[in-house]
Write a protein that binds this ligand. Structure first.
Ligand code: AP5
Ligand code: MG
Length: 213
């Protein structure tokens, strides 16, 4: 099963993608997590990506597309995957579509986690992320057991550099201009499904399970 998560920054794509990955036993592939791991490890790719991420801009397609195509060509992706944060614009979607059709494959579902802009800034300022294992928390809605510490790996939790309110506004602008057109793209392919992302994490997941079966 090949699934794409769509939705604004902070809509809960990562939260739901991790739950899907666990239940359906497919890898969770997040381009944002791949970039953040590279930033943490000080790689050249990480340094380059950080310049864009800190401004809320998209990392150029030349860097992003190859990383994603290499990742989904790994053996663990043979039976499917859940993509979180890719594609992010029409050119990326077209490249993915072409790569899949050359293999006689296609995306099964594009799930749009719908959350209005008003809710987004509040969610982002409360988010805390673990840069070691990628787990995400929210200080009010989904707190860790011990404040500031990741439940899964015990490492410290941080506010992401791009979660400052001014950067969040930029990310929302970029989302509306470049990513939202993907809703029409996947509607036309007959694979778009929309879930109400303002509900609780469990209720959103229940709606997704209803779709995926
Ligand atoms: P990326 O890491 O993909 O960030 P994003 O799309 O901005 O989305 P987020 O990760 O911020 O939000 P999310 O939807 O995953 O929400 P989450 O589950 O964490 O990308 C970062 C940057 O990398 C981009 O800006 C760009 O520069 C670059 N990049 C990445 N991919 C790229 C690509 N393909 N091309 C070019 N550039 C790329 O939830 C948010 C918060 O809300 C959390 O605190 C969570 O605990 C909480 N929460 C979740 N669900 C609920 C709920 N139902 N109720 C209450 N709280 C909830
Ligand atoms: Mg995410």
């Amino acid at each position: 099963m090949k699934i794409i998560m769509l939705g604004a920054p902070g809509a809960g794509k990562g939260t739901q993608a991790k739950m899907i990955a666990e239940k359906y036993r497919v890898p969770h592939v997040s381009t944002g997590d791949i970039f953040r791991a590279n930033i943490k490890n000080g790689t050249e790719l990480g340094m380059e990506a950080k310049k864009y991420m800190d401004q809320g801009l998209l990392v150029p397609d030349e860097l992003t597309v190859k990383i994603l195509l290499d990742r989904v060509a790994q053996p663990d992706c043979a039976d499917g995957y859940v993509l979180d944060g890719f594609p992010r614009n029409i050119p990326q979607a077209e490249v993915l579509d072409k790569a899949l059709s050359e293999l006689g494959e296609k995306i099964d579902y594009a799930i749009d986690v719908d959350v209005p802009d008003e809710n987004i800034v509040r969610r982002m300022s409360g988010r805390r992320a673990c840069l070691s294992c990628g787990a995400t928390y929210h200080i009010e809605h989904i707190p860790p057991k011990k404040e500031g510490i990741c439940d899964k790996c015990g490492q410290p939790l941080v506010l992401r550099d791009d979660d400052k309110p001014e950067t969040v506004q930029n990310r929302l602008k970029v989302y509306h201009e470049q990513t939202q057109p993907l809703i029409d793209f996947y509607t036309a392919k007959g694979v778009l499904r929309t879930v109400d992302g303002t509900k609780s994490m469990e209720d959103v997941f229940a709606s997704i399970v209803e779709i995926l079966g």
